[in-house]
Design a protein around this ligand. Structure first.
Ligand code: PAF
Length: 289
């Protein structure tokens, strides 16, 4: 595998990627894996750089997974720019870009998918039925294709990270799931491919997500243990942005993602807010009690 190329080596087939990684492992090389849906930004690059720092071979997958979009969501309009993605992969240190098409990933008819338990029904799962089953199905397939590796996921999608970690453990997949810090714009907005949908005025109001989370965390750190009180505080901050439509503001234990009484120990505060067609999410960790 060469580094410093203008683009990484591109592989479009499952069998081709398997052969390359089999040979790499046989030569004693470790594999780092970053799954993406493309339209990369600095957040993805930070995951690739982290994978680069800890592994001999770095694979990035680029696949907009139809299974995780519900009817009426933005699958067709999801931003795509493969040439730019390949350059960014190379600049961040990726060796191989895995770019399967839909038929390669999902030969028709698909009869087997991953069905998750309650972790998938709350928070983003409550308003996006089936979304996390679609994520888990593609991630399970990608883990099976890539094989033994360390896989890097952003903490911005905290529920996704929690579900993937749990799935890898439950199914005994040979993958070490590594959570990486959210990368932000200078004004606090978490980087996301969906920020591309924001109008200028929506973009100017979007940092309200981060402000709401910081306000909630300050309350928890001051001793508040009522999830409802923390959630109300975050909702009040979000309401100060005239174009924000709140989906949820939640204060939950990290292990279950469901509030079950006063907050104790490691807590995650999470928010989802719509600005026009863009649905933005963000979260922050804190300790209660
Ligand atoms: O986080 C994403 O971009 C996607 O959900 C993932 C993990 C690449 C699966 O399609």
């Amino acid at each position: 595998m060469s580094r410093g190329c203008p683009v990484p080596e591109r592989e479009d087939t499952i069998s081709g990627l398997r052969v390359r990684l089999f040979e790499a492992r046989a030569a004693g090389r470790t594999v780092g894996f970053v799954p993406t849906m493309g339209f990369l930004h600095a957040g993805h690059c930070s995951l690739i750089e982290r994978a680069r720092a800890g592994n001999d071979v770095v694979v990035v997958s680029i696949f907009v997974n139809p299974l995780q979009f519900n009817p009426g969501e933005d699958f067709d309009d999801y931003p795509r720019d493969l040439e730019r993605d390949l350059r960014m992969c190379a600049d961040a240190g990726a060796d191989i870009a895995f770019v399967p098409d839909r038929r390669e990933m999902y030969p028709e008819p698909v009869a087997t998918t991953v069905h998750l338990g309650t972790l998938a029904d709350v928070l983003c799962g409550a308003s996006r039925a089936g979304h996390f089953d679609g994520v888990a199905t593609v991630v399970a397939k990608l883990f099976s294709i890539v094989g033994e590796c360390s896989a890097y996921f952003g903490e911005k999608d905290f529920q996704q990270l929690t579900i993937v970690r749990r799935m890898a453990a439950d199914l005994s997949l040979p993958v070490r799931v590594v959570g990486c810090p959210t990368v932000r714009e200078p004004d606090g907005l978490a980087l996301s491919s969906r920020n591309a949908y924001l109008s200028e005025v929506e973009r100017s109001q979007a940092p309200v997500l981060r402000r709401a989370l910081e306000s909630g965390a300050t309350l928890v750190q001051a001793g508040e243990t009522s999830p409802a009180a923390v959630e109300a505080e975050m909702a009040a901050v979000i309401a100060t942005a005239p174009l924000a439509q709140i989906d949820y503001a939640a204060a939950v234990p990290v292990s279950t993602l469901v509030a079950d009484g006063p907050l104790r120990g490691e807590v995650r505060l999470l928010v989802a807010v719509r600005f026009g067609t863009a649905r933005l999410i963000d979260n922050i960790g804190c300790r209660a009690g």
